[in-house]
Design a protein around this ligand. Structure first.
Ligand code: ZN
Length: 162
């Protein structure tokens, strides 16, 4: 596992649309391991492949308290969403800032797992927000694009970033 460098806002790759993954190869497995390691080292709750420079539709998320339950979603697609609410958000690619964003509090996501088998995940609360934040990355969208006017400010150190 290798800790990879995270790209910051201003890097044009972060604005590109990532491409679907067609098969699980050793390279994809290695990429997933690197992403999980990079997410944990940076105390993130989620990471999209593009954040380490790989334009692939792949995200990892861990919203568990002990950070020992990484979820890998390949080609994720949000198929249902309800209950929009405004909450605080921050991003590893936009260091030092946080802002308020309106997100759905319940989502259902369809994806493939590391065996390339179809999976469906129902997520609520912060888990649901993290999924929307990471799927946005795959479409070249950053949370600062969606931030409530005037809510962007310096972040506190204990904030979760994605
Ligand atoms: Zn992010």
């Amino acid at each position: 596992m290798v800790v990879r460098k995270i790209l910051f806002n201003g890097n044009p790759l972060l604005r590109k649309v990532s491409k679907p993954i067609k098969a699980i190869t050793p390279e994809i497995r290695k990429l997933v391991e690197d992403m999980i390691e990079t997410m944990y080292v940076n105390q993130g709750a989620g990471l999209a492949a593009v954040q380490i420079g790989e334009l692939k539709r792949l995200i990892v998320i861990d919203v568990s308290e002990k950070k020992d339950q990484p979820l890998v979603l390949i080609n994720p697609k949000i198929v249902a969403k309800v209950k929009e609410e405004i909450g605080k958000e921050a991003c590893l690619s936009v260091p030092g800032l946080e802002g308020k964003v309106s997100r759905f509090q319940q989502v259902r996501v369809k994806a493939r797992n590391l065996h390339f088998i179809d999976v469906e995940v129902d997520a609520e609360g912060y888990f649901a927000v993290a999924i929307q934040h990471e799927v946005d990355h795959l479409d070249g969208i950053l949370y600062i694009d969606r931030v409530e006017t005037g809510s962007l400010k310096p972040s506190r150190e204990d904030d979760d970033e994605q």
